[in-house]
Design a protein around this ligand. Structure first.
Ligand code: HEC
Ligand code: HEC
Length: 389
């Protein structure tokens, strides 16, 4: 039997049991408990998925991006709770380093069984960044897409401003992950052990002189209660915000005269899709309307023009009002001729627009389930199935 370092007993599983015949000669000790290991690899997955879907910048996978990002933030929140209630090496008190510990580690000091001081700083930075990414992401979702718990509070301008910060933080987390890889490789070599495997098995070799901590018991029931309370709180806040009115949404029900008169040849466009001046231009030129004669009675024209003007893009705070409609100032006022529209739809094959289910580029409602309400939410985009063959 080797005489183990007297400073601290091994924590949880004492796998250094009295040797039976061919047992390994070096004593092992459990460092990472099951929660920490499952947390670690789930976080790797969710951050990778959030990063991949985020940098692709495609509206239709935004839901994956948001789910992965929220999953990462939920994992981090649970991990913070476990940092106060978990086993020895899961505790913040065990690994959050003071300046002295960092200096000693940099000078090549003894091995740490848990996170070494630089690794611990990395953990803290990742915790802060993931939470900041989730928070800024929700602000962008609220302002730009008018969805989620911040929708009642954030304007389009504020949301798109925070998007810059969200992107900068995303590059920050990529840099941290790269440094984390480098740190794991460096430390694995320096201490001649496979740190990645240790994060899978949870077990490390015990060596004389290790920085080891006095074992502490986990309180899993307490952790579950706190995590449950946090989840219930987050759900409650989100639900109460969802019930609030969202300012700046386009008019949701179309005027009856407008809808019946202007939906004969194409969908009745939501008035938030064009600025007031463009609507007035269109209404003044119905005799030659994109090559068609769409004339109506003067009385009807007056009613419709007034309603369109009152609900034009200037009154809406949506992405489509700011990015598309606001820039349409010249006749023939076609949305599908705008550079922004063309860029968004560049990857859709011509055959899809020509298909029976769509028919024309201007048939927004064929692919955007919320076109009539003027929302054009990234969550309501769906190419008609018939177009895919
Ligand atoms: C006789 C058929 C007809 C009627 C009625 C009609 N339109 Fe049109 N409209 C067209 C055609 C054709 C186009 C151009 C092709 C396209 O974009 O689908 C067009 C295009 C438009 C566009 C631009 C769409 C784009 O691609 O950006 C707007 C806006 C529009 N119409 C508004 C109206 C309004 C408002 C009324 C009611 C007063 C109206 N239309 C009635 C035939 C019609
Ligand atoms: C054939 C289907 C189709 C038609 C018709 C169509 N769109 Fe789209 N639209 C899409 C798809 C697919 C995307 C997502 C592109 C991406 O993934 O970035 C999109 C994206 C958008 C977006 C960006 C949504 C966001 O928040 O990211 C806007 C705004 C938009 N379309 C407006 C329009 C308008 C206005 C019309 C009608 C004049 C229209 N679209 C017609 C398929 C269509």
């Amino acid at each position: 039997m080797p005489t183990a370092a007297p400073s601290a007993a091994p924590s949880a599983a004492p796998s250094a049991a009295p040797a039976t015949a061919t047992a390994p000669t070096t004593p092992q000790t459990r460092v990472w408990d099951l929660f920490v290991r499952v947390f670690h690899w789930s976080l790797v997955l969710s951050v990778a998925l959030a990063a991949a879907s985020g940098f692709l910048l495609e509206s239709r996978i935004l839901l994956i991006h948001i789910s992965a990002g929220l999953a990462a933030a939920a994992l981090i929140s649970a991990r913070i709770v476990w940092g106060f209630t978990g086993t020895t090496y899961a505790r913040f008190a065990e690994f959050v380093p003071g300046p002295g510990a960092i200096r000693e580690h940099l000078a090549g000091g003894n091995r740490h069984l848990g996170h070494n001081p630089l690794g611990a700083l990395m953990v803290l930075a990742l915790v802060v960044l993931v939470l900041a990414l989730a928070a800024t992401g929700l602000v962008v979702l609220g302002g730009v897409d008018k969805s989620g718990p911040f929708a009642p509070w954030v304007s389009y301008a504020q949301g798109s401003g925070v998007l810059g910060l969200h992107e900068a933080l995303a590059f920050g987390i990529l840099a941290l992950v790269a440094m984390h890889f480098a740190g794991v490789i460096f430390e694995s070599r320096r201490s001649h052990e496979n740190l990645t495997r240790a994060m899978v098995t949870g077990v490390k070799e015990r060596r004389p002189g290790d920085h080891a901590s006095a074992p502490r018991n986990a309180h899993p029931t307490l952790a579950v209660v706190i995590i449950g309370a946090l989840a219930a709180g987050a759900w409650g806040v989100t639900a109460s915000q969802a019930a609030r009115p969202v300012p700046g949404l386009p008019v949701a029900t179309l005027d009856a005269t407008y809808k019946s008169t202007c939906s004969e040849c194409h969908i009745a466009y939501n008035p938030s899709l064009l600025p007031a001046a463009a609507w007035q231009g269109i209404m003044a030129g119905l005799k030659d309307h994109f090559g068609e004669n769409a004339s109506i009675s003067a009385a009807e024209a007056e009613t419709i023009t007034a309603w369109l003007t009152a609900n034009a893009a200037e009154t809406a705070d949506t992405k489509v009002a700011h990015r598309l409609a606001a820039r349409i100032t010249e006749a023939p006022f076609a949305m599908t001729e705008q550079r922004y529209w063309k860029r968004l739809h560049a990857e859709i094959p011509e055959a899809v627009f020509a298909s029976r289910a769509v028919g024309a580029r201007s048939n927004c409602a064929a692919c955007h389930g919320d076109a009539e309400q003027g929302r054009f939410s990234p969550f309501a985009i769906d190419l008609p199935k018939e177009t895919l063959k």
